[in-house]
Design a protein around this ligand. Structure first.
Ligand SMILES: Nc1nc2c(ncn2[C@@H]2O[C@H](COP(=O)(O)OP(=O)(O)OP(=O)(O)O)[C@@H](O)[C@H]2O)c(=O)[nH]1
Ligand SMILES: [Mg+2]
Length: 293
């Protein structure tokens, strides 16, 4: 049987948990998710994916039912490998810290010794960077204090808005990578590496709102037509390209523009390490397949 990993997303109502799941695990369009609010989650939104040689379950909990999850229904956290506590950057420091303390207590009570607790300070697009910095520092300082030593929580700043989509994507990639040991992760072979580099090249060179047919792509990038087919299929899978009605021309999606903007910024001051990380996160999202149950 395949090994399973379990990730739980928890946090106050309306902080963006479901939007994060949709943006990164369902390859949704972040612009639509920002423009048209989703219905509040009821109960648990659970999805199963295959990733590398494992199954990977995501449990997105309704913020409106936190009284249950944090008291009588703590079982929902059983066997978790990772709990991500998500907050709106505007949530008060006190409420964030007390929520995290409750989660640490649940971890202890359920003997989740191997489970990692991570926190996202989300919607950072809404405030100044210095505000985010000070908020995170205050949370960090609290958990690093004498009393809480050993209960450090990794805190990430996240947002699905244009300017931050790419960095948040890299964070999610890094976190998924963390869930798997080196041996469990499929190594990126030479062929896969070449594929990813070509797809990044396509992403960077294809212009906004322009449809390209496969012949043109083949000429533009000097790819064989079979290779164009395979790259297009992979880019369709992560919702980075979309086809026209006749299904023979393709253009970049809004999701890919969001990614591209951050990627271009990163490449303009990249060091090799960053590139490796980007290739890894690209590889992870290409390897993630939803299992319909
Ligand atoms: N500005 C901004 N808004 C966001 C971001 N992510 C999500 N939102 C908005 O936040 C609102 C709530 O998002 P949801 O994903 O439904 O929140 P949730 O945490 O799942 O809420 P519950 O299901 O009630 O627990 C929506 O209007 C989203 O458009 C972000 O990065 N920046
Ligand atoms: Mg939700």
């Amino acid at each position: 049987m395949k090994e399973s990993k379990k990730m739980v997303l928890v946090g106050p109502a309306g902080v963006g948990k479901t939007s994060i799941c949709k943006s990164f695990f369902e390859m949704g369009n972040p612009k639509t998710l920002l423009d048209d609010s989703l219905e509040p989650t009821r109960g648990i939104n659970s999805s199963l994916y295959s990733l590398f040689n494992s199954h990977f379950g995501v449990f997105d909990l309704a913020g409106q039912e936190n009284d249950l999850w944090l008291s009588t229904n703590q079982d929902v956290f059983n066997n978790s490998n990772l709990i991500i506590c998500i907050f709106d950057v505007m949530n008060s420091l006190e409420s964030i810290i007390s929520f995290l303390i409750k989660i640490l207590q649940i971890k202890k009570r359920l003997h989740l010794s191997e489970c990692k607790i991570i926190s996202f300070i989300h919607k950072i697009d809404l405030v100044e960077p210095s505000y985010v910095f000070h908020k995170i520092k205050a949370i960090d300082d609290f958990f690093k204090s004498q009393y809480h030593r050993g209960q450090e929580i990794d805190i990430y700043k996240t947002s699905i808005a244009e300017e931050f989509f790419f960095s948040t994507c890299s964070i999610l990639g890094e976190i998924l990578n963390l869930l798997f040991n080196q041996e469990e992760r499929a190594q990126i072979g030479e062929k896969e590496l070449a594929n990813i580099k070509n797809e990044i090249k396509m992403l960077l060179k294809m212009e906004k709102e322009v449809y390209y047919d496969k012949e043109i792509l083949s000429h533009k990038f000097d790819f064989k037509i079979d290779d164009v087919n395979s790259h297009i299929d992979r880019l369709l899978q992560i919702n980075f390209v979309q086809s026209n009605e006749t299904l023979n021309s393709f253009k970049l999606t809004e999701r890919s523009y969001y990614f591209k903007i951050g990627l271009e910024k990163e490449l303009s001051n990249a060091i090799n390490d960053d590139l490796e990380r980007n290739i890894e996160s690209f590889h992870i999202f290409l390897s993630l397949n939803k299992i319909i149950v």
